[in-house]
Design a protein around this ligand. Structure first.
Ligand code: ADP
Ligand code: MG
Length: 249
């Protein structure tokens, strides 16, 4: 098999004197969808944030999209880090839209400011992306007028506008009312179906069951179990995985 688009080896991350990630190893190939589950505080967000350089790790290596983001504990220099981040899109639990910009501007601002595309070009692409996430009619709306599910779909379109090779999702539906979860998962499923490489922290097990090539179970900064989702659902190797699945399903 070809080299992974994400290769993480023995990743260690501390906050102060607290070791939070205690040696994470993952390899993800292009087009794969990896779902990460684990109790609150197990380091899932910290891990995702390390993968696009939002957190500086102290040990191990991360090679992503052909670049050493972290090599034997040394981070890529800041200038090149920004270049790499363009390839690694991220969607957060809280949508973080710019409240004073229209929906169209929220999606177009990245390509215009970061990729230096002409405004008309950036807006043209933004319209296509809004269409893709089912929000073409909201281009001129302000974020405050949208539902949570709509805001999160805009956040996905905004991340896609930078044409990332990898998308990281950190509990993208956790802040949503239950009836709005489906519309966001539908967009994510569509993306996965198109071959996007995705690392998804979620407790939506329907998504994991349908879309995940690999399920990873984290606990206290370690991967305690990984493999095909169906196999883990059917025969969790650890009692703790069993308890966790019982809680979230
Ligand atoms: P999860 O996403 O699995 O709930 P996190 O990655 O957010 O877990 O947090 C893992 C641990 O790291 C927690 O104990 C949390 O308190 C700690 N932590 C996360 N971010 C910080 C930070 N910026 N400073 C100090 N501790 C942090
Ligand atoms: Mg988290």
């Amino acid at each position: 098999m070809s080299e992974g688009i994400i290769q993480v080896k023995n990743l260690k991350k501390s906050f102060g004197d607290q070791l939070i990630l205690k040696g994470i190893d993952i390899e993800v190939h292009r087009g794969e969808v990896v779902v990460i589950i684990g109790p609150s505080g197990s380091g899932k967000s910290t891990f995702l944030r390390c993968c696009n350089g939002l957190e500086h790790a102290q040990g191990g290596s991360i090679r992503i999209c052909g670049e050493w983001l972290l090599q034997e504990g040394t981070m890529l220099e800041e200038g090149r880090l920004n270049g790499l981040r363009v390839h690694v899109g991220m969607v957060f639990q809280s949508f973080n839209l710019f409240p004073h910009l229209t929906i169209l501007q929220n999606v177009a601002i990245g390509p215009h400011k970061i990729l230096r595309q002409p405004k008309t070009h950036a807006e043209q692409m933004a319209r296509k992306l809004l269409q893709k996430v089912g929000l073409a009619d909201k281009a001129q709306a302000m974020p405050a007028s949208l539902s949570g599910g709509q805001k999160q779909r805009v956040a996905i379109a905004r991340a896609l506008a930078l044409q990332p090779e990898v998308m990281l999702f950190d509990e993208p539906t956790s802040a949503l009312d239950p009836e709005l979860v489906g519309e966001v998962l539908a967009v994510m499923k569509q993306l996965a179906g198109e071959g996007m490489t995705m690392l998804v922290v979620t407790h939506e097990m329907s998504f994991a069951r349908e879309m995940a090539d690999m399920l990873i179970v984290m606990e206290e900064g370690r991967i305690v179990e990984s493999g095909p989702a169906a196999a883990i659902f059917a025969h969790p190797a650890h009692e703790r995985t069993r308890a966790l699945l019982h809680k979230i399903m």
